[in-house]
Design a protein around this ligand. Structure first.
Ligand SMILES: [Zn+2]
Length: 223
């Protein structure tokens, strides 16, 4: 016996209702899922920064100076204007080049240390940092902007490459949406890594312990 026509039509409507419910559920859940994924990446990024900062401390223990203050002939990266040179001289203590790539960055990690280039590095260096000055930012996500560009840094002996945050430029410091959206991870000298807003980043510069008469707060970003 054939099924009545209305029964077929009803099945079709049921199917459409089920599809609609699935579509609504997906629309509700996917943004939450994306947020959870980004949160996981931010935590991995903070873990990278912690490991990089620890490696910097090991470097200072071995050499008495940060890599950007130690001459190249003695194993440092002094006068080098690219960020990746500093990470290369620390590579023994960093284990894998994945550590210098933020998981939220569209720039991808290098496969191995000899292949590391500027576009495999997600982090800026706080090249104004001197040994024994724990308040200065050491390393952080590269999406920090607002500094006065192309400045000389007498601490790292580089010319026309540093971003400078003097007193009049600190209020302009801001995270863009290039990596984490309008926030960034930064590690201070004491090896703690934090997710901070633009306002908090400005506070870090104000309290960096930089020479109040100069107040340069130089950072070197991968370019
Ligand atoms: Zn990051």
């Amino acid at each position: 016996m054939r099924r009545p026509r209305w029964r077929k039509a009803f099945t079709l409507i049921e199917l459409l209702v089920v599809i609609a419910i699935i579509a609504i559920l997906a629309a509700l859940l996917l943004p939450a899922l994306a947020r959870a994924k980004e949160k996981g990446r931010r935590i991995m990024c903070a873990s990278n920064l912690k490991q990089i900062t620890l490696a910097m401390h090991i470097f200072v223990t071995d050499h008495d100076l940060f890599p950007w203050r130690l001459p190249i002939a003695e194993g440092g990266s002094q006068r080098k204007t690219n960020v990746y040179n500093t990470f290369l001289v620390m590579s023994n203590d960093l284990v894998t080049p994945k550590i210098v790539a933020c998981p939220s960055d569209k720039w991808k990690a290098a496969e191995e240390w000899p292949r590391l280039r500027e576009t495999n590095v997600s982090y800026f260096l706080g090249i104004e940092s001197k040994e024994g000055r724990p308040g200065a930012p050491l390393v952080g996500d590269r999406n920090l902007e607002g500094g006065r560009p192309k400045r000389d840094c007498p601490v790292a002996l580089v010319t026309k490459v540093a971003d400078e945050f003097t007193a009049s430029y600190i209020p302009r410091a801001r995270w863009t949406n290039t990596i984490h959206v309008n926030v960034g991870n930064v590690s201070i000298g004491d090896a703690s890594a934090h997710l901070v807003t633009s306002k908090k980043m400005q506070e870090i510069f104000w309290t960096s312990g930089d020479d109040k008469t100069a107040f340069n707060n130089h950072i070197l970003r991968p370019r």
